[in-house]
Write a protein that binds this ligand. Sequence first.
Ligand code: IVH
Length: 667
Amino acid sequence: MTSQERILQLRNELHAHNHRYYVKNAPIISDREFDELLAELVRLEAEHPELYDPNSPTQRVGSDISEEFTQIDHTYPMLSLGNTYSREEVGAWYSRVADLLGHAPFEVCCELKFDGLGISLVYENRRLLHAVTRGDGLRGDDVTRGIRTIRTIPLTLPAEAPEYLEIRGEVLMPWERFDRLNRLREQRGEPLFANPRNAASGTLKSKSSNVVAERGLDAYLYYLPGNGLPADSHYANMQAARHWGFKVSEATALARSLDDIYTYIDRWNEERHRLPVATDGIVLKVDSLRQQEQLGYTAKSPRWAIAYKFPAERVLTRLEAVTYQVGRTGAVTPVANMQPVQLAGTVVRRASLHNEDIIRGLDLRLGDYVYVEKAGEIIPQIVGVETSKRDASTGPHVEFIKTCPECGTPLVRYDDEAAHYCPGENCPPQLKGRIEHFISRDCMNIESLGPETIGDYFDRGLIRDAADLYGLTLADLAGPDRSREKSARKVIEGLRRSAAETPFENVLFALGIRFVGKATAKTIARAFRSIERLQAATAEELAAVPGVGKVIAQSVTAYFADTINGTLVERLRQAGLQMAVTEAETAPLSSRLAGKTIVISGTFEHHSRDEYKQLIERHGGKNVGSISKKTSFVLAGSDMGPAKREKAAALGVPLVDEDAFLSLLEE
Ligand code: IVH
């Protein structure tokens, strides 16, 4: 068997195993055997980059290549559904449909309304071509890379499936993953996601498909727009889609009468609390495609379908106290502590009050009876006060605190913000938070350390800032009886390795300069190349760098103007951290592109535009902005604009696609 044949065989086998595991929940090989097959495929693919396939099971693991989202037009607009909130409204819809169909018999497909992020998947030649968010209904974001990591979404379809297929559904974060993620974020002092929908959307919009792969998203499919489907019945077509490998909810059922529909609603209003994912209602669809066509659409939504939203659950309980939490950024959040009460399947004790304005808006007093609601939001909200229950035992108005509950520093509230901040320089949660950020994966990536360990070292007085980490000794960490010697060695080795190996751009991000995110840190690192030059830069010089801007520039100069930060940077340098872009990162790779002038256009799969720019330069070429007679070729990604295409054609400038370009460099 040739390597190529083996690669294809492995891809097919792994696709089948994935499907058995993730969709059918019935694997026939062990995880270990699966990992071995996958490892073999990874190795073979690395040896044969020319056989790269974005749909290979190896691509499920995600990568760190960043991408800007591009927009893709929907073939059919992604409409929304009309909402109803009562049986009466559902009944009214049902009789309207009956009237419009001239009282011909019809069936209604009843489905759960999944509370996630609408997505449209397009398959061409039975391979996933792209995945697009709803966007404005006409065009959405191309989120194909992230979507590929969702294991319940097939990357290729079996021969029975149509050659071209568009299928729509919902991307969701299961409750269990959502709870886990929020627990982690709480430990790290990061803001919590309000509900699984926001978490799913935040995850999918994350630039790193590694993040998407890790967070365990799932997807249910529920709609096939377009023609050429096997049956006239929506229900039957969705069953076919299940056979093609898609996850279609088992809760889907056909109703022959309005009573059937009511029974379905009552059943799922109860049972939905036991589902692994969030739902916020029921969707009713006239089952026959022919009848759907007959009913047609209003400007915004189909007449043949409607959503019934589950009522929000609400209870009355007593406000006992308001406490305050200080996050890593110093933001102070008021929290209502209430008499514990049962709500939508969980006991509720606390609710965020968000900020001072919300407290004022509610006219909240201690001891008040408050209405607590959980709608789509998993985090309960106080939606109102029952003023008729106020009596002599009701306390005074809730007044926002004036000083930080952690360090006593007077709080500040900036003009255009609702939040209060603690400006304290020695505020423990902020100090801890900065160190937690410093060690995190996108920063110094110190694997042997986590937020709990940082909290522990901090509380034991071993560290106050990031540079203190490098002064830790085995004796500090192993404990008096040396019982933790093994993990202590790991920590020290992890610190040493991270210091030696982490590139300057990550170090810069790790410093936690306000407004300097991961991408900005990279831009700044490449533009100034060393910390000395960056420290010497004026705000004007910084703002002149594309992608930096005034606000960031001022924040950077303010950071370095503060001597505390200067000292920190100096101590980090002495600890051996990289304070400049190294030779190896920028050294020439070849002279294959010497004398070539290259224009980059469109979007790319394997590297970002910025990375291609670096590659061109490191291979001796020159990257320029616009096409002219002198252009050697255009490195053309997908979605290259028609104007550019025409210009290149008119000037006889060839287009080289991404794969061809990469093989050119490898030759
Ligand atoms: S069908 C033309 N079915 O609800 C009809 N939508 O407001 C296309 N949704 O944007 C939608 N569960 O994101 C349909 N079983 C289901 C659904 C569902 C959730 C979402 C979807 C849509 C929104 C409608």
